[in-house]
Ligand binder design. Structure first.
Ligand SMILES: Nc1ncnc2c1ncn2[C@@H]1O[C@H](COP(=O)(O)OP(=O)(O)OP(=O)(O)O)[C@@H](O)[C@H]1O
Length: 956
């Protein structure tokens, strides 16, 4: 079995110069962004259970008659081996798998997008040429999609397969972040358009989230407004408290000062009354003196003597009396003027008091009228507000679709009315404070006037006291003159008369004083009355203030009630706010959404640019990593050898034990996984290979050895895997396996597609499959319906490439697709039964040749065996030429080697699985196979030479 993986490019299938191909391929690979993989397959005709997709037809050769002359002439070691195994090769067959990978620049693909036309999936002549044509026809995903739409008939094979239920439809494009963003954008634009439509039609569709948000916003707004109102009410209450406390203090101070003044006035009045009573009491001193004068008339002489003295004294007294008179007159005048002045002052005070009373009355009436008027006005305004609010609420409940502007205006009107109410309350508070100040000023003025009046009363009292202290001297002089002489008596009489006059005047004055005192008392009484009135006014003011405060409280309650009324009913209120907020949201949503979309666009653009930058960095790193990995992998493969020879020993099965010679002669060393021992004619022969699988080795263990080569295929290397061995030795089992336990091919293809899936973000792979059969040196296309014959030719384009005109190449999308395509190839396969293996293919019929040799086969089957054997001989020639580093490699000696020349050239990576039987009856074939394998180990395909040396003398 051979699996070949190579890029289908200009260098593919080129039979001449091969040294430059790798350079060209690497150049293409370094600049490629897309990979196409083409699997050109030859199917082995034993796929009863096969899910295999890329199995190549195998060839069996019987070298005993078909060996070419050149092989004899060269006499090389391999020829000897082949000659030694002439009979052995009659039992051998070969399974060939070929995989190709194609490197292609995406830019070129895009540039050539228009050229894809109908050639994208048309049957192509041959894999190599098709690879070139496909390179011309490779497109990006979009381009391919467009091409597929343009040329639906181009994929005739796949369509035919689809008709047969074997092909699959195109894959759905992967969802990328950009696609997600675009879809999101489209969806957002649709929503926006629908919202705009909704806004224009005026039928908003309420989103639950929006409703909840609007409720929350409304609630927060109401709560903040409520808090502001509460703060304002608290401030009002604090101000009112301060005003009340201040007013109480002032009232207390005024009352205390009034009481003190009353006490002062009463004390003054009592002192005045005492002074007046003292004036009414007759002087005891003057009465005693008159009694003393009458008793002493006998001593007239002494009196006459003293009369002169008295006369002198009288003149003096006259003078003094004149002075006194003048003084009295002056005092009278002065008193009179003072009395007049005092009277005027009293009149003025009265007029002032009357004015104050009038002012108080006016203020009282004004205050009463204002408060009543304000209260009435505010009541009226509140009633109007209430009625308006109720009307609005009714309108709202009745007309929910009223325009938002009207509702907003009404809401603003309500707020302005509430503010007006607050303003009116503030004005009333200011008026109250102004009235309080006016009352305080009037009280202060009245107190000042009372204080002046009291001062005046005290001054008058002092004057009266002084005048009273001077009167006794005047009386004493008058009596003395009356006793001395008639003239004197006359004078005394006159003086007495005068004295009487003066007394009368004094009495008059006293009377006048009494009157004044009466006036003062009356004025005091009046002032008391005034004070009482003031107190009554104050009480009335207090009462009015209390009423005012009550009214204010009542107004506040009404205000609160109005607020509650504006907030009631809550459902209508909430509906109104919801409606308003929704309208505003709907109105602002387009702008908001547009802004948000713009922001999102910017963010997405920035994120995309960042991601693009990061992706570029990651891509660069990934490329470096891939290059490094490829380099290391290449080094690893080269270290292991570009040709790895694996040997698998078939376990002894029950069906193998029915004949003689079933003893086991092939054993493996559990301590050395590269050693194999064969017991032949009593002699042990040890073979050293790269890897020896013991009979119990699992399919997975075998694949693990092959897996690095599959990875190399993904990385663009030519990889050739083939199974070689005696018929019935397990080649099909190793390469294909069973449904339950698949072999290398299925595992490799799964690994291939998993690697492609992993790298899909970085690379775009296109996998194509072709299937050919080489039967009797004739190429047949197993994917064509009629199995038309094909030929290998040099490409006429001058590139020296090989191509198979007419070979169908079908693009596959998945592993299942490959299975379906190759199922078709399997049906087109030519199969014949064999005697040795009922499940064997036509190639297995070579075993029948062996039987022919044993049973006398002839004719067509003998020719068939000869051709197949010739292919194997050619393969041996090629291997030997490569090993000898010959300049000429005879690839063209057979169709098989001709097709495989790229896979066996320099730089290619090849794995050969040698299948051997452990039974003694097959020891000859086993030895021959192992000898061939050990020779292959020495072949160098590339710069890294195989280092494993075969055991000495093991190869004939
Ligand atoms: N490792 C193994 N474990 C179990 N069964 C095996 C193993 N190898 C081979 N067999 C069985 O041996 C039989 C022959 O194997 P297979 O058909 O793979 O041989 P072959 O080399 O492909 O023969 P041919 O060349 O004639 O096609 C099959 O029934 C297969 O299941």
């Amino acid at each position: 079995m051979l699996v070949q993986m190579q890029p289908v490019d200009g260098a593919k299938w080129r039979g001449g110069e091969r040294g430059g191909r790798k350079t060209e391929r690497e150049t293409q690979r370094s600049c490629t962004q897309r990979w196409d993989a083409v699997a050109a397959l030859r199917t082995k005709p034993a796929w009863e259970d096969s899910s295999l997709s890329t199995q190549m037809e195998c060839e069996r050769g019987i070298p005993m008659t078909g060996m070419s002359d050149c092989h004899h002439q060269r006499g090389t070691e391999i020829e000897k081996g082949l000659l030694d195994g002439v009979a052995m090769y009659a039992f051998y067959s070969l399974l060939v798998y070929i995989f190709y990978t194609v490197f292609k620049k995406e830019e070129e693909d895009e540039a050539l997008e228009g050229a894809c036309g109908s050639s994208a999936n048309e049957p192509r002549p041959v894999s190599m040429e098709t690879g070139r044509r496909r390179r011309d026809g490779h497109t990006s995903k979009m381009g391919k999609k467009a091409c597929a739409q343009r040329g639906s008939s181009s994929d005739s094979d796949e369509m035919s397969l689809s008709d047969e239920g074997e092909a699959e439809g195109p894959d759905i494009p992967a969802c990328t972040p950009l696609a997600a963003f675009l879809s999101f954008k489209q969806e957002a634009e649709k929503r926006r358009a629908s919202q705009v439509q909704v806004e224009t039609t005026g039928k908003p569709t309420e989103s639950p989230l929006l409703a909840v948000m609007s409720h929350l916003l409304t609630f927060l707004e109401q709560y903040s407004h409520f808090q502001q109102l509460q703060q304002q009410a608290d401030q009002y209450r604090v101000q009112l408290k301060r005003h009340r406390v201040k007013h109480r203090r002032q009232m207390k101070a005024l009352r205390a000062s009034y009481r003190q003044r009353l006490r002062d006035k009463s004390s003054i009045i009592s002192s005045l009354e005492e002074a007046i009573s003292q004036q009414h009491i007759p002087s005891p001193l003057s009465e005693g003196e008159s009694i003393g004068d009458a008793g002493t008339q006998a001593g007239v002489h002494r009196l006459v003597e003293s009369l002169y003295g008295l006369q002198g004294e009288r003149s003096k007294l006259r003078g003094e009396l004149r002075l006194l008179h003048s003084q009295l007159e002056e005092k009278d005048l002065d008193r009179h003027s003072r009395i007049q002045t005092f009277q005027q002052q009293i009149d003025e005070l009265k007029s002032c008091i009357e004015e104050r009373e009038e002012e108080l009355c006016r203020l009282k009436t004004a205050t009463t009228q204002r408060s009543e008027c304000c209260v009435c006005q505010q009541n009226e305004s509140l009633k109007q507000n209430l009625s308006v609010t109720q009307g609005l609420l009714q309108q709202l409940s009745a007309i929910p679709s009223q325009s938002s502007t009207m509702l907003i205006k009404e809401n603003e009107n309500l707020r302005s009315r509430v503010q007006q109410l607050e303003m009116s309350l503030q004005q009333r508070a200011e008026q109250l404070s102004h009235l309080e100040r006016q009352s305080e000023q009037s009280e202060w003025r009245r107190g000042e006037e009372l204080r002046k009046r009291e001062d005046r009363v005290r001054e008058l009292q002092l004057e009266l006291d002084r005048e009273r202290g001077k009167e006794p001297e005047i009386k004493y002089v008058t009596q003395t003159v009356e006793v001395e002489s008639p003239a004197t008596l006359k004078q005394l009489t006159k003086a007495r008369q005068r004295n009487e006059l003066l007394s009368d005047k004094l009495a008059n004055q006293n009377e006048r004083c009494k009157q004044l005192e009466e006036h003062i008392r009356k004025s005091d009484e009046y002032s008391c009355n005034l004070q009482h009135k003031i107190a009554a006014y104050e009480r009335e003011i207090t009462k009015l203030r209390e009423e005012l405060l009550k009214e204010i409280g009542h107004l506040e309650e009404k205000k609160e009630e109005a607020k509650r009324l504006t907030a009631l009913p809550p459902t209508l209120r909430s509906m109104k706010t919801d409606y308003t907020s929704l309208r505003s949201q709907v109105r602002n949503f387009s702008d908001f959404y547009g802004a948000a979309i713009n922001d999102a666009k910017k963010q997405v653009t920035a994120a995309i640019s960042e991601m693009s930058e990061a992706n570029r960095d990651l891509l660069e790193k990934y490329r470096k990593e891939v290059a490094l990995r490829r380099k290391y992998h290449e080094q690893l493969v080269e270290l292991k050898g570009n040709i790895r020879v694996l040997c698998r020993v078939k376990p002894v099965l029950k069906e193998d034990q029915h004949e003689e010679g079933q003893s086991v002669v092939v054993t493996t060393d559990p301590n050395n996984e590269s050693s194999l021992n064969v017991l032949n004619k009593g002699k042990d022969r040890i073979f050293e290979l790269d890897k020896v699988f013991h009979p119990q080795a699992t399919q997975e263990e075998v694949f693990q050895e092959i897996e690095p080569l599959v990875t190399s295929c993904i990385d663009g290397y030519h990889v050739c895997i083939f199974a070689y061995g005696q018929t019935g030795s397990g080649k099909t089992y190793t390469m294909e396996g069973s449904v339950e336990n698949p072999g290398i091919n299925q595992r490799a293809l799964k690994h291939l597609f998993s690697e492609i899936e992993e790298r899909k973000d970085m690379w775009t792979y296109t996998v194509t499959v072709s299937s050919v059969e080489i039967y009797n040196e004739v190429l047949r296309d197993l994917l064509s319906k009629d199995g038309e014959k094909l030929d290998i030719k040099i490409n006429p384009d001058g590139t020296g490439q090989l191509h198979v005109p007419g070979l169908r190449v079908i693009e596959v999308k998945s592993f299942q697709h490959i299975k379906k395509i190759l199922a078709k190839a399997r049906r087109n396969r030519i199969t014949f039964g064999t005697q040795m293996n009922q499940h064997s293919s036509r190639s297995h019929a070579l075993l029948c040749v062996t039987r022919v040799w044993k049973s006398g086969a002839e004719g067509e089957r003998l020719k068939e065996a000869q051709n197949i054997n010739r292919s194997l001989l050619s393969l041996g020639d090629v291997i030997q030429a490569l090993r000898a580093r010959q300049t000429h490699i005879p690839f063209r000696n057979s169709r098989l080697t001709y097709l495989l020349q790229d896979s066996l050239g320099k730089g290619s990576k090849t794995a050969m699985v040698v299948q051997v039987s452990a039974l003694e009856s097959n020891v000859g074939e086993t030895l021959c196979s192992l000898k061939f394998a050990q020779r292959v180990c020495k072949v160098e395909l590339g710069p890294a030479a195989r280092k494993i040396e075969s055991g000495g003398g093991q190869c004939d």
